[in-house]
Ligand binder design. Structure first.
Ligand SMILES: [Zn+2]
Length: 117
């Protein structure tokens, strides 16, 4: 007689042994990781200490600037020397705008970039 009972009406006794916690999954917040675009602003360098992102340590801070002569400096010096005489050829070496500005990280000292005039 009992075998006439449909399976759906049978007490799900074995299901009670495995307690389902539907709230457990809901308590975990859906962490929607929005892909924030890294604000990697371009390093705008100049003759002066500029705000730049260090490629080594990632710190964005003011850079240290070292002015040093480049090929252009020597060429200008040569040109001035030819035109104005030997006494004027040191002018480009004293003018920052005629030289390269080497930017280094103020945090770790890593080379960041060079601004060429
Ligand atoms: Zn650095």
């Amino acid at each position: 007689m009992d075998k006439d009972i449909p399976l759906e009406q049978a007490p799900p006794s074995y299901n009670d042994t495995q307690p389902v916690h539907p709230n457990l999954n809901q308590t975990q917040p859906l962490i929607m990781v929005q892909p924030q675009p890294m604000l990697t602003l371009p390093n705008v360098l100049g003759n002066f200490p500029s705000t730049a992102t260090c490629p080594s340590c990632g710190v964005r801070s003011k850079t240290n600037v070292e002015i040093e002569p480049n090929t252009k400096t020597h060429l200008i010096a040569l040109l001035i020397c030819a035109l104005g005489g030997i006494c004027c050829c040191c002018i480009p070496y004293m003018t920052d705008s005629c030289q390269s500005a080497n930017h280094t990280c103020s945090s770790c000292g890593e080379y960041v970039g060079t601004y060429k005039n």
